[in-house]
Write a protein that binds this ligand. Sequence first.
Ligand SMILES: [Zn+2]
Length: 269
Amino acid sequence: METSLPVQTISCTQCGGELHPDQGQIFLTCPYCSSAVYLDKSRVVFHWYLAPTLDEPKARAALARWMAGNQTVKDLDKKARLISITFEYFPVWYFKRRTPQGKEEIILELASATSVSEIRHVRLPAGDLRKYDEGLDSQAHMPTVPLQAAVGWLAQRQISTKEIAEQALVHIPLFTCKYSFQNTGYTALIEAATGQVFANIFPAKAEAPYMMVGGLAAVVFLCLATFPVIGALMGDGEGAMAGFLACSGAGIVAAPLLFALAAWVAAKV
Ligand SMILES: [Zn+2]
């Protein structure tokens, strides 16, 4: 599998033709078969890109939808202030894995540092990959993670290099959105082919208030449930019946109060 190439001759992954890159050139188009390839330190791999379908207004709309959604704090779309939105092609290492059971899966690893490592989970429809084009150079972020390092990450996750059927460099179209909320800066990435939003850290809905309401409800109903027991312990069936009635009555009063409290929390958080 490892075909470490001598420095003098570099061959095209597709046709085996000899490539003669200029000094420092890493993105190449094969003069024989016109494949787009990337020259990594360890080998030559195919170079693809994912074509964007979202322009900036659509990316802004996707961001607003995500901010208005359930994951983030209420009204984030109204309260956050967008600071900047920039476009680039971000590099990822693409691995097609064939498991011993014969299943195929696509694994991505970051080919450059980013604060939003979630981007590794982008969905990559294989049919939409296109041959990288020199025209994209000015918008393409250079890979800084060598292929060998990415293969090393796979090995750490118990994925053998023997299972890797295909590897390539893929540039994915991304809008980087920087915004602030309550004087804190955040970054969200929008993958410009599908509009999927990625963020490692964002103003999330707080869980603590919900857990408090849940805990309170549990305690209230547990207390109510002891009424009939106490009644029964006090001696006769009448006591148990009185306890049961008290329990039901209090429960009927408590339920809407707790429900109202939950609704108030949901509206507030
Ligand atoms: Zn070729």
